[in-house]
Design a protein around this ligand. Structure first.
Ligand SMILES: [Zn+2]
Ligand SMILES: [Zn+2]
Length: 143
């Protein structure tokens, strides 16, 4: 797992290309970035559309990359029963979670696990009705 997290960090820093780690520098960088963009659009308003398209496509591409990476890390089989169809990504703390927020899952991938719909429902029932935590469930399953 550690090596995956390492890989993930180096991957995300490479992919999203934020050149500074320091939050103040990040802010400065972003301000500069948007200022440039603003002046370019002011010069030629058609650029707005072009940027919107670029940005949309980049987001979509990143999402697909993130989805593939999540699959790679969490695996294609249910963690509990090993079934390999209709896999959901379950957040271990049992929080209500959407299925398609790949960015969030990718950023917090160590808090997620692959589950088939049956095991997923069962896990949520154990959590809600019997107040079981993910660790309780792991103990119960002797995993
Ligand atoms: Zn299962
Ligand atoms: Zn869940």
């Amino acid at each position: 797992m550690k090596i995956f997290i390492y890989f993930l960090n180096s991957y995300s820093s490479g992919e999203f290309r934020m050149p500074y780690k320091d939050p103040e520098m990040q802010k400065k960088y972003l301000r500069e970035y948007w200022r440039k963009r603003y002046y370019l659009i002011k010069e030629d308003p058609r650029k707005w559309k072009q940027y919107a398209k670029q940005s949309y496509e980049r987001t979509r591409r990143n999402k697909l990359i993130q989805k593939e990476k999540i699959k790679e890390i969490l695996g294609l089989n249910c963690f509990i029963c090993n079934r390999d169809q209709k896999i959901n990504w379950h957040e271990k703390n049992g929080k209500e979670h959407g299925a398609g927020d790949y960015h969030y899952i990718f950023k917090n991938v160590k808090d997620f696990v692959s589950l088939c719909p049956v095991c997923h429902r069962f896990v949520h029932k154990l959590m809600a009705l019997y107040n079981k935590s993910w660790n309780d469930i792991l103990l119960f399953l002797e995993k």
